[in-house]
Design a protein around this ligand. Sequence first.
Ligand SMILES: [Zn+2]
Length: 86
Amino acid sequence: MRPASSLNREELARLHGSLREVLLQGIDHRGTTFRDYVDGQGREGGNQDYLKVYGRGGQPCFRCGHALFKIKIAGRTAVFCPECQK
Ligand SMILES: [Zn+2]
């Protein structure tokens, strides 16, 4: 919930690495289809089967078992593990 401008160099590098990893995973699985997304060939994506927290607020974290938190940030829902994502 911190402004991006408050991140230090180490935090920025970690965030950048994670963003690249997640985006590459999404590309590898041809996108994420929740409703109507299809790729240029009309095929649904497959990345929704690999998401770890999206839509899982209150359910156990796959990594540590703690219940996932669901909050609103600037009008958008965010789900995260309070133990793994401090
Ligand atoms: Zn966790």
